[in-house]
Design a binder for this molecule. Structure first.
Ligand SMILES: [Zn+2]
Length: 237
């Protein structure tokens, strides 16, 4: 039987790690693509390898399905854009689109992932983007990803399928999905080894994981964790 192949945009964060669990249940041959775009804290990239090792050690999702893991370097994005994720700018979330937004970042990731998929005969491209309770980034919205899927299929004359299993989930539902995929063990791996914090802090382990406990990303993660724990049994996803 033909192997079902997928490329996953894998940052080592909570959402893309949950998407990795989803892929391990769905595909036979998975290629992990991480991006080094000059982000201020590349702690996520360092975590990516560790996460795969922990999954391998801790439970029976089959990590031998991961046949490739690579970091794609994007040299100039940080130089031509102004974002608090790629510079020392103070994080400002007072505007409709916060200054943690790196314009075009996800669009670029998808383009590069598609180029890779084209060359490696991969039909499925998966990411953990989510429009529901993230920071309002326009390149995480369903309409953007669907339209981009069409444009890339036209531009490469391919029939790629873009999968976004977290698109409409709240952060509480994302925690629940990780529990559904791999129980407490997977939830614990996500808690201990994935990074969301904009400041890249890893000094103190809170109930929801490591972080500064102050930045907007930590707040969203904490809020989702609290909601998940309150309503665990009622959440369907
Ligand atoms: Zn933080």
């Amino acid at each position: 039987m033909k192997k079902k192949k997928a490329a996953l945009l894998f940052s080592g964060g909570q959402d893309s790690t949950t998407a990795l669990g989803w892929c391990l249940n769905k595909f036979d041959d998975i290629h992990l693509l991480s991006f080094d775009y000059g982000q201020r804290h590349n702690i996520e990239l360092k975590s990516a390898k560790r996460i795969v090792k922990e999954i391998e050690k801790n439970f029976d999702l089959d990590t031998t399905k991961i046949s490739k893991s690579l970091i794609i370097k994007i040299r100039n994005l940080a130089n031509i854009t102004k974002s608090s994720l790629t510079s020392n700018l103070k994080i400002d979330t007072s505007k409709k689109i916060p200054n943690t937004f790196v314009p075009g970042r996800n669009l670029l990731f998808y383009n590069l992932a598609s180029s890779y998929a084209y060359t490696n005969n991969i039909e499925n491209i998966v990411s953990g983007v989510c429009q529901t309770d993230f920071s309002g980034y326009p390149d995480c919205r369903d309409v953007t990803i669907k339209t981009l899927n069409k444009a890339i299929n036209l531009g490469m004359e391919k029939k790629f399928l873009f999968h976004t299993p977290l698109m409409f989930l709240s952060k509480a539902e994302t925690w629940k999905l990780s529990y559904t995929i791999g129980g407490e063990k997977f939830v614990n791996i996500i808690k201990k080894y994935t990074h969301t914090c904009y400041k890249g802090e890893r000094k103190k382990l809170f109930s929801w994981g490591y972080g500064c406990n102050k930045c907007p990303a930590c707040s969203i993660r904490k809020k989702g964790w609290d909601e998940y724990n309150l309503k665990k049994n009622d959440i369907q996803c």
